[in-house]
Design a binder for this molecule. Structure first.
Ligand SMILES: Cc1cc2nc3c(=O)[nH]c(=O)nc-3n(C[C@H](O)[C@H](O)[C@H](O)COP(=O)(O)OP(=O)(O)OC[C@H]3O[C@@H](n4cnc5c(N)ncnc54)[C@H](O)[C@@H]3O)c2cc1C
Length: 474
C-alpha cells in the first residue's frame, strides 16, 4: 500500500499495547540493574592535578584510563557533576560500532574513508582487547550489526557481498529475504546486510563501573556531585571551579557531551536531542527461540529515522531510536524523558517487527540526550592556548567513539602531530547550529519532512535536502 509504512500497515491492537506497558518503570534498564553504588565524594576546597577531566560518562572515563596508561604517575582528577554514567552513557543501547565519524563520513571525506574505517576497526579491536586484558565484566558480544530493510525502497541501500562459493563469509554479507529471516525471524525483514565484525554489544552501565574501577586502580581520583561552573586561566594552567571547590590543573579535557559547554566557542557546536528506548522483561527460552536471533547481532533499520535493537545477556530485547525530540532552547529536563506517547509508539513498532512478542511486557522505558552536531560526525578542538581540549557531537554513536575521542584529546593536549590529529574530522570544525528561534523551527520542520519522506518511499523533498545540506536533518 503506497503512502504508509510497515508500522501503519501491521500495527498491534490497543489492548496488546495496554497490557504490554501496564507496569513499565520509567528508568534506564542498565542503571536500574546496577548494584547499589556508594556515591563518591564531592570536590571540597582546593585540589591540584596535571590533568582535570570534566564529565564522568564513557568519554571522560576512557580519557582518564588512557591518560593514566600513557603516563603513569600523572596526577589525574575526574570531576563529574552528578553520578558517573547517569546520562547518555548509562542510558544507551550498548551497541559499540566501529564507525568513528557518522554514517556519511565516507561521502564527506572520500580521501580518508579507508583510513577512518581502519582506525574504527582498530578502535573496536582495542576495546575488545581491553575487555579481556582489564577483565571488564560488561557482557561483551562481538556479533556485528545487521542492517535490515523493512520497506522495498530500502533494499537498494543495502551494501555487501554474497557468501563466497566455498561458504566463507565476506566482511559485510548481503542477505536476501530468506537469509535475513534465518538471522532474525521478522515478517517485515525484506533483506539485510550483516557487518560481521563492525559492532559489538555490551552493558553500558557496567562499562562505566568497570572503567571507573580501572581508572582508580591506575591512580585516577574521581569526584561526583560537583558540577563545574567555570574555567579560569592562571599563569601555569587553568582553575576548574565548582560550587565548593577548585582544581588547579595544568590541562583540562572536557567530555561534557550534550550539556552546555564550558567554552563559549563550543556552545553552538552541539544540540541535545532526546532519544527514547524500551526494554522487555527477560524472554523465556521458548519465546526467544521464535525470534531466531541466535547470533545476537545488533539490529538497525535503514531509514533516515531508524530503530536500533539488541539482545541482552538475560534475553531481554532493548529497542529504541526513531523518535528524536529537540526542545526549545536546547533545554535538558528530566520531564522530557517521560513521554508515554513516544514509548507507546516505540512499543507498537517493536510488536510490528516481532509479532511473536505479543503478550510480553516491557519492564523499562527511558530516554536520554544525544549530542548532535551539524556533521553528525563528532568534533574535536583546543582552546586557551592548547591547555583545554574538548570532544563531542558523537550524534548517537558515541560508545565506540568515546575511546577514540580520549586518544584524540590526549594527542591534542600533548601538542603532537599524530595520525589522529591530522584527520580532517579532527582538524575541521563543523558549522555551528543557528541560534533560537531558528534552530527550533528548523529541527521541528526536519522531523515533519523526515516523516513525509518515510511515507513517500524514502524520497527526500527539496526542503529535507536543504536541511540536510546544512546539518539540520540527519
Ligand atoms: C537512549 C540512547 C541510546 C543510545 N544508544 C547508543 C548505542 O547503542 N550506541 C552508541 O554508540 N551510542 C548510543 N547512544 C549515544 C551514547 O550514549 C553517547 O554518544 C555516549 O554515551 C556519550 O558519552 P559521553 O561520555 O560523551 O557523554 P555522557 O554519558 O552524556 O556524559 C557526560 C557527562 O558530563 C557530565 N557533565 C556535563 N557538564 C558538566 C559540568 N559542567 N561539570 C561536571 N560534569 C558535567 C554529565 O553529568 C555527564 O555525566 C545512545 C544515547 C541515548 C540517549
Amino acid at each position: 500500500m503506497p503512502g504508509t509504512t510497515v508500522f501503519e500497515r501491521y500495527p498491534p491492537s490497543d489492548a496488546v499495547l495496554d497490557a504490554a506497558l501496564a507496569d513499565t518503570r520509567l528508568a534506564a534498564l542498565w542503571l536500574d540493574e546496577l548494584p547499589q553504588r556508594r556515591p563518591r565524594p564531592e570536590l571540597v576546597g582546593d585540589a591540584s592535578a596535571d590533568l582535570c577531566i570534566v564529565g564522568g560518562g564513557l568519554t571522560g572515563l576512557w580519557t582518564a584510563v588512557l591518560a593514566a596508561q600513557r603516563e603513569p604517575g600523572r596526577r589525574i582528577l575526574l570531576v563529574e557533576g552528578k553520578r558517573l554514567g547517569w546520562a547518555a552513557s548509562g542510558r544507551s543501547g550498548g551497541i559499540v560500532d566501529s564507525r568513528l565519524a557518522g554514517a556519511h563520513a565516507a561521502q564527506r571525506w572520500p580521501g580518508e574513508a579507508a583510513r577512518l574505517q581502519r582506525l574504527g576497526r582498530e578502535n573496536l579491536d582495542e576495546i575488545e582487547l581491553a575487555v579481556g586484558s582489564l577483565r571488564l565484566d560488561v557482557d561483551w558480544h562481538r556479533s556485528g550489526e545487521l542492517l535490515v530493510a523493512a520497506e522495498p525502497h530500502q533494499l537498494e541501500l543495502l551494501r555487501g557481498s554474497r557468501p563466497n562459493p566455498d561458504g566463507s563469509l565476506p566482511d559485510t554479507v548481503l542477505l536476501g529475504a530468506e537469509a535475513v529471516r534465518r538471522e532474525i525471524d521478522s515478517p517485515s525483514a525484506l533483506g539485510g546486510s550483516w557487518r560481521r565484525r563492525d559492532a559489538a554489544t555490551l552493558d553500558p552501565a557496567r562499562l562505566v563501573i568497570e572503567l571507573a574501577r580501572v581508572a582508580q586502580e591506575l591512580g585516577v581520583e574521581i569526584v561526583e556531585s560537583s558540577p563545574v561552573r567555570a574555567l579560569i586561566d592562571t599563569p601555569d594552567g587553568m582553575d576548574v571551579v565548582t560550587a565548593s571547590g577548585r582544581v588547579r590543573a595544568r590541562a583540562v579535557a572536557l567530555a561534557t557531551s550534550a550539556f552546555p559547554s564550558l567554552l563559549r566557542r563550543a556552545r553552538l557546536l552541539t544540540l541535545p536531542v532526546y532519544e527514547y528506548a524500551l526494554a522487555t522483561e527477560p524472554l523465556e527460552p521458548r519465546r526467544m527461540k521464535t525470534l531466531a536471533w541466535e547470533r545476537r547481532q545488533a539490529l538497525r533499520g535503514l531509514g533516515r529515522r531508524s530503530h536500533w535493537m539488541r539482545r541482552t545477556g538475560d534475553d531481554r530485547v532493548v529497542f529504541g531510536g526513531f523518535f528524536a525530540q529537540y526542545h526549545y532552547g536546547g533545554r535538558l529536563r528530566a520531564a522530557h524523558e517521560d513521554r508515554p506517547d513516544l514509548h507507546r509508539a516505540l512499543a507498537a513498532h517493536l510488536l510490528t517487527t516481532f509479532p511473536q512478542l505479543e503478550g510480553v511486557r516491557f519492564s523499562h522505558r527511558w530516554a536520554g540526550a544525544i549530542d548532535r552536531d551539524t556533521r553528525g560526525s563528532g568534533h574535536y578542538g583546543t582552546a586557551r592556548e592548547g591547555r583545554v581540549v574538548y570532544a563531542g557531537g558523537f550524534s548517537g554513536t558515541g560508545l565506540g567513539t568515546a575511546r577514540f575521542a580520549g586518544r584524540v584529546m590526549l594527542d591534542l593536549l600533548a601538542g603532537e602531530r599524530t595520525e589522529l590529529t591530522e584527520l580532517a574530522v579532527v582538524r575541521e570544525r563543523p558549522a555551528p547550529f543557528p541560534p533560537e528561534p531558528a534552530v527550533y523551527a528548523a529541527m521541528t520542520t526536519a522531523q515533519r519532512a523526515l516523516d513525509r519522506a518515510d511515507h513517500r518511499g524514502g524520497e527526500h523533498g527539496a526542503l529535507l535536502r536543504a536541511l540536510r545540506a546544512v546539518g539540520l536533518a540527519p
